[in-house]
Each structure stands twice: as C-alpha cells, then as structure tokens.
Design a protein around this ligand. Structure first.
Ligand SMILES: [Ca+2]
Ligand SMILES: [Ca+2]
Length: 638
C-alpha cells in the first residue's frame, strides 16, 4: 500500500476511536510520530483560559497540530529532545463544550493523535476548603498507617519492593487503609489529614513517596486515583480535610526525565554536572553527616539582603542530598507544568491544600507565581511551607503575606513553626528553661500571621518524641498539652497519640499497630491499646475536645502571665472567653502567684478548672496556682 494511503488510514482509525496502527504498519514507517503519554491527561472547562500539554513519544516534530472540537485552538507547538517531546499550547474558547478532544499531530513522516478529555467542573461546595485556626492536622505516611488492600502490596509494575521486615521497604499501607480508619481519626478529634506524597515513585526504597517518577499517577502500592478521590470525598463527608504533599523542588533519581529531559534546562544541571544541596548546619535533617560546621548557614543567606546569589545557589539549584534531580523552576515551561500539575490534583480530587516540601530550596519567584496561580482559582486553598530551621528571624522571612527585601511575596499561606518545635523539645527533653517558650513567641512580631503557624512537636523527619532521651509518657502528654493550647494550628504525627517509639529515619516511620491483618495488637480500638497507650490517647482526645469547645483555645490572643525555669503560665482571650493555661515542667509540684495586671483578664472575678490537676484561686488581680509535678492545666476565667 502506498505510504500516503497508509498514513491516511491510520489517522482515520485514530479519529474514529478504532484500534491504532498494526505493528506491520509501524514497521512500514519507523519515523512516524508516536504518543506514549499526555500531561495533563485531562482538563476542565472554565478552569483556565489556556493549557500547556506535554506530549511524550517519538518523532513528534510537528508541522501541524489541530484538535477536532470547536473552540479548542492550538496556539503554538514546540518539539524538543529530537522529537521525544512536544509542547502544545491550547486556548479554550467560550463555545467549547465538554467531550474528548482528539488532537492530530502531523509531521513530515506521518500523523498521529492524542486525546484530551475535557469535562465540566464539579460543584465546588465542600471542596478546596483550606486551613483555619479551628483545624488540627494529622500527618500520615500512607505506607505505614494501615493496609486496606493486600492485593496492591506487591504490584506487577514494581515487583519485590514489598517486605514488611525491612525498615526501608514498602510495608503495604495504602489509601484504602486510611479511608477505613477515618472514623478512628474523627474519634481522636483531628480535622485535617496531611498525607506524605502519593505519587508514583521509582525505587524499591521509595515507600516515603519523595522520589516521583510520574507526577500524574498515584503510586500503585497506595492505590488508584479513584481511591484517592474517594478518600477525599469521604473525608469531606465526615467534615475533614485532606492536604497533599507537593514537591516541586525535585523528582526521583529514576524519573525518565533525568536520562532524557524535555528541555536541556528542564533541571538545574544534569545527572553528570550539577551542584549539590546540603545544609552546612551540623546535625540538622538536611546536614551532611560528619561535615564540619561552617559559620554561614545557607538558609541564613536566603533571608539575608547582603548575601550574593552565589551563596545561595547550591541550596536553591543543587540536587537535594546530592542525588535528587532539581527542577529548574525558573524555566517558564517547568513553572507552568508544575502549576498545572498542582491545579490538576486539586480539581480532580477536591483536596483542601498543599504541604510544600523543601520550600526554601525553590526560587521565590516560582512560589509567587504558583501560589497566585492556585489562589486565582481556589481562593480558600491553603499552602504550608516546610522551613526546617530553628531561628524565627530566618523562618519568618519565608512566610507569605508581604513582600520581602527581594520584592517578592511568596504567597504561601503559612509555614511550619520549626523554632517552636526545637524549643518544645529542648524544654521538655533537654535542659532549656520553660520560659524559653516565650523567647520563641516574642518573635511573633516578625510574622504577618503568627496565629496561623503550623505548630508541632514531631513529624516524619525527626526521631519520635517517645524515643528521645529524657522522654516519658508524662513528657509526651505535656508536649501535646502545649501544642494544643499555644497559638497556631497544631500538626500531630500519626502514632504519637499512642506513644509510638522510633529513632531517626526510617525508625520513626514504623507501622501503626493494628493497621495490618494479624497484628498482635490493634491500637485503633480502645480494647487493643495497652493501659499506657490508652492513657495518652485519652489525654489527647480530651484536649482536642476542649479545643473544639473553647474558641479561646483556637483563636484567642495569647498573653504571657509568668515564666521561669520550670513553668510557663499564659492566657488566651477570644471575643467569647478567656482561658488560663498553667504548665509545670518540674519534677516537683509548684506553687505560684501570677499577676494578671495590665492584661485583658485583670478584672477576672472567678476561675474554674477545665482540665488538669492544678488548683487556682483568684485574689485581687492575682491568681494563686498549685500545680502538680509535670502537669498542664487549663482554667476558665470569668
Ligand atoms: Ca496494601
Ligand atoms: Ca531547587
């Protein structure tokens, strides 16, 4: 058959949805274009005016691309990497209706086509809700929480990666397991789930999810896109929210882009030639082991108006840990790809916000555009940046809401309160005086919205609180007590509510007991918890109930009342009420007379206990407190 006829026949097959060309026909023209992947795989009407589609395949040097729907216009195209990729910019006209667009790619050697389903948006009610001070976040590593579907433990696309006896292997936890335990989380009293990344990863030890090889696919160990959508919908039904862990800074080392990038500068550097990104801070999560500490911390440089770009380039353009390919977020193609990818996950699932991994490692110009692009469509959506640093003068620089010296407002809704994390651990587990908490809080003047900082005492990147030197169930309760009564939106790490042990990564990511069929104990039920686990669980549950019932514990303005070596007493006043929180870190009971002078509560006439074993009496403008050993108590002032 003459070649021209063959090409026309193939095109007709594709247009009519018939099976594609046979291998004999392909062999007839080895240079004919082929399509292996289309990103995004689908889109929505009235969502964005335009869309950049990245088509992956071979011989995609298009001379012409056209789509078969009225109102869908191909603005321009660009073939790259010798025809292995084709960027197609589409414009959506007002007359466009939902349906599956078939876009035909013509090259000098033949034709092919790709499909792009376009659908109407779902009703937006109860979707994209964002975070508020009424929320309490619960961090889950999906591989380690609960195994709801044993059939996906060892998927055909990644055989042999599952081995529950190995700390760095996949353990079988999944999205269905989380969904099945939403009632447990509701019973505990948290409102928002942050799941570590759920994207398809590419290596046997990538159970943690931070090595994506496909930004549009759920990792087969965790389940399917439908299961993710179902999880978000079910959470919304229960009045809960879901946060997605997004990682625009890097992808996994086995991502196919590394060997064959869509553009020569798709990444910062190449596999062979790139900078490395390590923090010189000794002992920090990002620190290089054994490396001598240097005086200039790169994080400091990022927030330093006097630092030349050469001081920060390693941090923002280096490959994380020296091995994770660093996305060139300054490239507008990359920036648009990543923004569209994030919009896609929000729109497809209805998720409520993003936790942003390695936030300072990405250019601030990118964040400005990414946050603004998301907020334009989803005004309530929240974004939380990870800024792993102990100094509020550095972390506050990264908070959005105002332009910094570089003229950029990153637009991020909030960040994690790492300075408070370090202080809580130092006070509760180390030698630091309790009053050091006020040292952190006095830096709140540096933040636009300190009350929205996400506070925590544990996460997946640090040793479990319970396994640190100096810890005890009593100390763990105090950690919960402080995080759930101080200002901020608390984040709790899965399993800490039953005192789960664990050292550094990956020991801090053990399986939740009872999440697997056959587990000897099931800590998801009160009957399956040990007395000690139940004691901690009840303590957390009670505090969360109190927080729900008392606006002052959620949004009340915080006033220091007294602080010293072993105690810290503070008030929180909302429009409706005032509470007083008394924290005693000492191994001995404490008696304290606390002045209420010059605070909004100085006229209080009575005080009543809401929580904890301390007693209190009011006399004049003074509160007389008797606090038990290592205790946190909450009072209502009237
Ligand atoms: Ca499973
Ligand atoms: Ca980077």
């Amino acid at each position: 058959m003459p070649r021209a006829v063959a090409i026309a026949t193939i095109a007709a097959f594709v247009y009519l949805g018939w099976p594609g060309p046979s291998s004999a026909q392909e062999a007839a023209n080895a240079k004919a274009p082929t399509v292996a992947k289309v990103e995004p795989p689908n889109w929505w009407l009235k969502l964005t005016p335009e869309l950049m589609v990245l088509v992956t395949g071979h011989h995609l040097e298009a001379t012409h691309v056209s789509c078969n729907m009225a109102g869908l216009v191909v603005l321009r195209t660009q073939a790259t990497a010798g025809g292995d990729y084709l960027f197609v910019w589409l414009k959506f006209g007002a007359e466009l209706n939902s349906g599956t667009a078939v876009c035909r790619i013509t090259t000098p050697e033949g034709n092919t086509s790709f499909e792009l389903p376009l659908s109407a948006r779902q009703p937006t009610l109860h979707r994209f809700q964002g975070l508020s001070q009424d929320d309490v976040v619960y961090l889950i590593m999906p591989d380690r929480f609960a195994n709801g579907d044993p059939t996906n433990d060892d998927p055909a696309s990644a055989p042999g990666w599952h081995d529950r006896s190995k700390a760095r292997a996949y353990h079988g936890g999944d999205l269905r397991g989380i969904r099945e335990h939403l009632p447990y989380l509701k019973e505990l009293g948290v409102t928002t789930l942050w799941l570590t990344p759920i994207l398809k990863n590419g290596a046997a030890q990538d159970y943690h999810g931070y090595g994506a090889v496909d930004l549009y696919t759920v990792d087969p160990h965790l389940g399917t896109l439908e299961e993710y959508e179902g999880l978000v919908a079910e959470a919304h039904k229960l009045g809960m929210k879901i946060f997605f862990d997004v990682v625009p800074n890097h992808v996994g080392p086995t991502n196919p882009w590394v060997a064959n990038p869509p553009l020569p500068d798709w990444f910062h550097g190449t596999l062979q030639h790139h900078l490395d990104s390590f923090s010189p801070l000794k002992g920090s999560f990002y620190g290089k082991g054994g490396k001598q500490a240097v005086t200039q911390d790169l994080f400091d440089s990022l927030a330093d108006p006097h630092a030349p770009a050469s001081m920060t380039r390693n941090l923002t353009q280096g490959w994380f840990f020296g091995k994770l390919p660093d996305m060139n977020t300054e490239n507008p193609f990359v920036a648009q790809y990543l923004l569209q990818n994030s919009i896609w996950w929000v729109e497809v699932s209805g998720l409520d916000g993003f936790r942003i991994d390695t936030f300072p490692y990405v250019s601030r110009t990118f964040w400005e555009g990414w946050n603004a692009g998301l907020r334009k469509i989803y005004p309530r959506l929240s974004t939380i940046g990870e800024v792993f640093h102990s100094d509020p003068s550095v972390t506050s620089f990264f908070m959005g809401g105002r332009k910094q010296f570089d003229g950029i407002d990153s637009g991020v809704s909030t960040i994690f309160d790492y300075p408070l994390y370090f202080t809580l651990r130092n006070v509760l587990l180390g030698e630091a005086p309790a009053g050091q908490i006020t040292d952190v809080l006095r830096h709140d003047s540096l933040y636009v919205h300190p009350e929205e900082l996400v506070t925590f005492f544990g996460n997946h990147d640090v040793s479990r609180f319970s396994s640190e030197g100096g810890s005890s169930p009593a100390k763990l309760k105090l950690a919960y007590g402080l995080v759930l009564t101080l200002r901020g939106i608390p984040e709790l790490y899965y399993g800490d509510e039953i005192g789960m042990p664990g050292g550094g990564d990956p020991d801090n990511r053990r399986d939740f007991p009872g999440g697997w069929a056959g587990d000897p104990l099931n800590a998801f039920t009160s009957a399956g918890r040990t007395a000690e686990q139940q004691g901690i669980f009840s303590y957390v549950q009670t505090l969360l109930q109190l927080k729900r019932g008392h606006p002052a514990l959620r949004e009340g303005y915080l006033w220091h009342l007294a602080s010293d070596e072993s105690s810290y007493v503070f008030a929180r006043k909302s429009e409706e009420e005032t509470v007083l929180v008394a924290f005693n870190n000492s191994e001995k009971p404490r008696e304290l007379k606390v002045s209420l002078q010059d605070t909004p509560v100085q006229g209080a006439a009575s005080i009543s206990s809401l929580f904890g074993g301390a007693s209190a009496e009011i006399g004049g403008s003074e509160v007389h407190l008797k606090m038990p050993t290592q205790s946190l108590s909450i009072f209502l002032l009237n």
